[in-house]
Write a protein that binds this ligand. Sequence first.
Ligand code: HSE
Length: 434
Amino acid sequence: MTTVKLGLVGLGTVGCGTLNILKDNADLIAARTGCRIQVVAAAARDLSRARSCDTVGMSLTDDPMQIANNPDVDVLIELMGGTGKAVEVVRAAIMSGKHVITANKALLAEHGNELLALAEEKNVMVAFEASVAGGIPVIKALKEGLAGNKINWLAGIINGTCNYMMTEMAKPGNDFAPVLAEAQRLGYAEAEPSFDIDGIDASHKLAVLASVAFGVPLSRTGMLIEGITMVTAADIAWADDLGYKIKSLGIARRRESGLELRVQSALVPKSKLLANVDDVMNAVMVNGNAAGTTLYYGAGAGGLATGSAVVADIVDVCLAIAAGKNNRPALGVPMAKLASMPILPKDDILSAYYLRLDVTDAAGVLARISTSLATEGISIEEMRQQPDTKTGSATLVLLTNVVQEAAFQRALAALNGLTDLRAPAAWLRVEHLS
Ligand code: HSE
């Protein structure tokens, strides 16, 4: 029986979840892999901290480099997070011939190309199922289950904090600030929440998904990254009235001229399964040219859920070691064979749009608004209006057809130039997921 020795860097929630799974399901995992898996060493920033996992028999250190350079370790599991020290640790591990498993999407998005190329050169594997959508095996689905497909597009709810906030804001009386405060109290959002609410975390995950789905290098260059801070409870209520929910999405779409990559808040028809993924749950919808549309749903964070993905990679690496087949390409295709697909600029995005306009309630206003849109070839697909007799104003809510972003932005500027508007227009994109 092959023995595979692991070194774990990071004994936080996911590190402990991983150790607990390896212990509780040891017999099952041994039966499935035919390997004996042994965690021989672990590193943590603060070794004195009480933990919910057993580290007995492991050599413990507060220096992750000791794991990277430990000749007794076959596979380094990187769960320390961040990109500063982590890149050095992973680089050193690969240089010393270790396979690497990581949950670190920021590391992959920022340094993945260099690290994966180095891994190919050193004939070791880098696996990262846990880097996107926690316990959902979406990387495996893309690399293996859908390997026979040309992927047309994918759209995912890949940040649980944003999804929790969008779900809560749909409840009466809840708006952005108190919902964010509650997300922080529950430990979903950090005290400094921008990583989640500005779309940065999702952009790292989208870079990973797009690379695996389309065989392109890991990069966020040119990606549109928008958060959820522009979404109000009023927009969520209007969207509901129109038959939509507002979700924070990561979208990657292949077009003839290139790839659209965007993290954005968007209206999604309630009839789509993705619109019904609520609270902190994650889901990724993938459209391939053979399988059609498939959906992957589950917990996007948490020790056991994310640990499940780490253990799946451990099983994979162990099976490959036992079979003597190291160095499966991490992105599904070797780095040298990655496709070069231009990332389409924001102006070229094709989307439908939602507009909420606070206007003076007077004759001719609607005509001027529709002229501003029609001038750019934009047609109104649906409209609601709510007059306020007390103030002599009205709220107009419009959904447009699918147009180019540049045309929409020109129309938006024209609308904001109309004296009929009492405040700048609020707007969001609409995703029909087809
Ligand atoms: N902060 C992330 C989220 C979980 O809210 O989904 C870790 O990626």
